[in-house]
Design a protein around this ligand. Structure first.
Ligand code: NAD
Length: 472
């Protein structure tokens, strides 16, 4: 299929961008150019923000039922494109098709459906003494998203922003913009009023900064690296614009001495390697009680061995390539450094056999990792798991909290109350106990340098509202 796109989406129509330059999109499994998209400019951002500003009063004035119905039409249009969306993610990001179908596309459809419901019943107005407290949409939202879950990261912003009555200008990652184009085909079919949703592809430096600095953007909702989040915060601070940040992570998987070890290890390794480790919530530090350590390492090595690396379209592939050559080099650099820092290789590593073409990294596990070393502190964003032994529960909590990040985590114990006690002590936005399932209505976001604000469910909707007190 020809995936090249030449237009941007403004004011309810596909239109020519202001300049003729393009950005090549690669297939990371073959290293070949797959398609190209326009390189948007600050002029395009200005046009998009003007469209969104003009559309805002009308969209903010629609009823909850009207907004819910529009999101429902989008759901129908996206379901019709679900198979193509999964193939597009597999092509531009390299996620194995099965995982792309179930998670990369299945999850955003679930999130969108949740906002069809939530849009219909927004937070109620409240009377406090002589005040009427009302919630109003914040205005024009600039959404800037990463490449690792190219549909989900967009949906986690777009659906609640639209449900709240905001209008949106989206800049998807320049590495994976094709899925966003497919979403905008669905948005066009769903028939939103002109200007309510706009798409400007391009680089972070040109389009991203223009959005973050634009005087008419009321809020910037960003998902990506902590370094970029810091830059966006500085730009938005100049005009006191609201910022929501979903940033990096280095989450700990705490396996206590009474855990069901085979399950904890199997689920833990699967979590660390999901999407080739390019997942912000990945449990990349496995913290294991020393009494169970050797047993755990055997299980980890066996589990890692079961991850077949290869073509995303081959049914038994469990790990695709990394998104780019730069990302592959960054990840292999981390592994080399971890080995010199004293980590012991128990799976994968620099000498593992890989497909001849494509930006692959073997599923890699290092044991005896020093909790203060770079591998235990820095986000690697590849299929690399660090295993850290600890002497007791206190030490496990201390290691889990020894991080500038605080996005996710896990605790395993046969005693659920004990696990909850430990979970409460971990300074992180989410903790899963004994492999509990993902909850799309639960708040999602980070402590510390993992971010500001929450996405998903009613917490995600709240981010796009502001509060007014009317005294009578
Ligand atoms: P990135 O920060 O490089 O890029 C994210 C987006 O920001 C892209 O669209 C990029 O073009 C844009 N951007 C880059 N520089 C910019 C600038 N100066 N001004 C404005 N925009 C700019 O991150 P990435 O490499 O695409 O994604 C990987 C990172 O995202 C990882 O650190 C990962 O942990 C994080 N992430 C976090 C979450 C979460 O929910 N917490 C989810 C997914 C990814």
């Amino acid at each position: 299929m020809d995936l090249t796109r030449t237009d941007i989406y403004l004011d309810g129509a596909w239109v020519a961008p202001s300049c003729g330059q393009t950005i090549a999109v690669h297939n990371p499994a073959t290293e070949e150019v797959l398609a190209s998209v326009p390189a948007g400019t600050a002029t395009d951002v200005d046009r998009a923000v003007t469209a969104a500003r003009t559309a805002f009063p009308g969209w903010a004035d629609t009823t909850p039922a009207q907004r819910s119905a529009a999101l429902d039409r989008l759901h129908t249009a996206l379901v019709a494109r679900a198979a193509t969306a999964a193939e597009t993610v597999a092509l531009e990001l390299g996620t194995p098709l099965k995982v792309a179908t179930r998670i990369q596309v299945g999850l955003p459809l679930t999130v969108l459906r949740s906002y069809v419901e939530l849009a219909a019943r927004p937070p109620a107005e409240e009377t406090v003494g002589n005040s009427l407290v009302v919630r109003e949409p914040i205005g024009v939202v600039g959404a800037i998203t990463p490449w690792n879950y190219p549909l989900h990261q967009v949906m986690a912003k777009l659906a609640p922003a639209l449900a709240a009555g905001c209008t949106v200008v989206l800049k998807p990652s320049e590495l994976t913009p094709l899925t966003a184009y497919l979403l905008f085909d669905a948005i066009h079919e769903a028939g939103f009023p002109p200007g309510v949703v706009n798409l400007v592809p391009g680089t972070g430096v040109e389009v991203g900064e223009a959005i973050a600095a634009h005087p008419d953007v009321d809020m910037v909702s960003f998902t990506g690296s902590t370094a970029t989040g810091r830059r966006i915060s500085h730009l938005a601070a100049d005009r006191i614009a609201r910022v929501a940040l979903e940033l990096g992570g280095k989450s700990a998987n705490v396996i206590l001495d009474d855990a069901d070890l085979p399950t904890a290890v199997k689920v833990g390794v699967g979590n660390a390697f999901l999407n080739s480790g390019q997942t912000c919530t990945a449990w990349t530090r496995m913290v294991v009680h020393r009494d169970r350590y050797d047993e755990a390492l055997n299980l980890v090595a066996k589990a890692a061995d079961g991850y077949r690396t290869g073509d995303p379209f081959t049914p038994d592939t469990r790990l695709g390539p990394l998104v780019s050559a730069a990302q592959r080099d960054r990840v292999t650099g981390h592994v080399t450094r971890a080995l010199t820092d004293g980590g012991r290789l128990i799976a994968g590593g620099p000498d593992a056999v890989l497909p001849e073409r494509g930006w692959f990294v073997a599923p890699t596990v290092l044991a005896d990792v020093d909790p203060g070393s770079a591998l235990a502190q820095e986000e690697v964003f590849g299929p690399v798991l660090a295993v850290i032994p600890v002497d007791d529960e206190e030490a496990a909590v201390a290691v889990a909290n020894d991080s500038r990040y605080g996005l996710a985590g896990a605790v395993w114990s046969a005693d659920e109350q004990r696990a909850v006690r430990v979970a409460r002590r971990i300074r992180t936005g989410a903790v899963d106990i004994n492999g509990a399932p993902f909850n799309p209505l639960a708040p999602f976001g980070g402590y510390k340098q993992s971010g500001l604000g929450r996405e998903l469910g009613r917490y995600g909707l709240d981010e796009f509202l502001q509060t007014k007190a009317i005294q009578r």
